[in-house]
Design a protein around this ligand. Sequence first.
Ligand SMILES: Cc1cc2nc3c(=O)[nH]c(=O)nc-3n(C[C@H](O)[C@H](O)[C@H](O)COP(=O)(O)OP(=O)(O)OC[C@H]3O[C@@H](n4cnc5c(N)ncnc54)[C@H](O)[C@@H]3O)c2cc1C
Length: 374
Amino acid sequence: MSLAKVSYETKESTWAGWSGYSNSSEFHAAAPEAGTWSLFGEICYRAPKGIERRWEYGKVIGRTRLFPAFREQFDAPYWVVHKVHFLEAMHKLAVDLGVSIELASKVTSYDVHHPSITLATGSIIHADLRHRCRRVNSSTRKIVLGGKESLPQRTGFSAYRAVVDIKRIQNDPDVSWLLEKPSFNLCTGKSFNVVLNHEDLSDPADWRQDKDWRLSNMRKDFEGWDPVLSKIIGMIDKTMKWPLYSSSIMRRWVSGKLVVLGDAAHAMVPYMSQGSAIAVEDGVAIARCLRKVSTKNKIYLALSIFEKVRIRRASQMQEASLLNSKIWHFPDGPIQRARDQAMRPEIEDLPFSHSPNQWSNPATQMWCYGYGSF
Ligand SMILES: Cc1cc2nc3c(=O)[nH]c(=O)nc-3n(C[C@H](O)[C@H](O)[C@H](O)COP(=O)(O)OP(=O)(O)OC[C@H]3O[C@@H](n4cnc5c(N)ncnc54)[C@H](O)[C@@H]3O)c2cc1C
């Protein structure tokens, strides 16, 4: 999977980029704790920079220095990893630790007090504590909120996701530079990951599921963009289309001995590229809280500390992600020009104390990537 991280700014609220799965901050705290530096070292790519380009002709308008800047500033490199590689590594780690993983086991209900889950097969599984990381529309949210509905918010954005055969890019001199060092790099693999975020006020219920409809809509939405991006889009044979949701901020994550975390607790739009990273932080935080528990009756105290710390952190990231979505989708015009002008110091290698680019903005970077929850 290619892990070049490039994004294009907006033409009438559209944004496009190619990237892998990125994260930083407490993710790094997890790795040495779990003795997994070598495991992650093999699959993670230390991206040198994130580049933002103008939509219509690809001029560089923003540049976030990632490596070695992040290593120096936050004592942790900005890692980029393909989701599949990450899940495989986590799976191996869990199995090595003796965790038994059962696939194709749909959970149909929960008992928050005993606690237990019931599977679609009818079997009931008991435990000391249950935590759920399910999707944005997770029914667990309702249970944790005492029966109160907490529906995900449509944000007015959607994403096309696709992969391109790396050989097609390598064989085309107009775009092969995308794969070259030092700006970009390759992880082992055969595909180039493309994510095309765009403003979309249509109702997902009206989307057709046939391949040709999605492809033609994707091409139409990005008509007239930078020739490099257009060439890459021309190489896409099939695409998925996802509505982008942001879940409303929950005031509780714990009910009895049921805890929600990950997207079930805090689904966010992907404009800070931190949804998965925050889920990993949740995992680190809950492990640290539970490690302090010597008797079962202290579990509630540990969970209340976990909940307090993590709701604050995750909701801030949800808000920062929404903020960045607005900034990146400014339509062509004076506000967009002012934004680009304010980003100039970062591409001219000048010192700066603020940037509208939330990936580069020093204050945002500090709390986003310099975070240590305990
Ligand atoms: C376009 C896009 C780009 C993104 N880019 C980034 C990025 O660059 N960096 C980043 O950090 N994050 C990114 N994210 C966010 C990231 O994908 C999510 O935050 C992350 O996957 C959340 O992990 P999770 O384990 O909480 O939930 P999920 O990954 O959704 O996993 C939930 C699991 O629960 C299972 N499940 C659901 N219901 C049941 C049931 N009833 N019984 C049993 N199992 C069930 C599902 O099958 C799934 O395996 C992006 C998201 C999108 C949409």
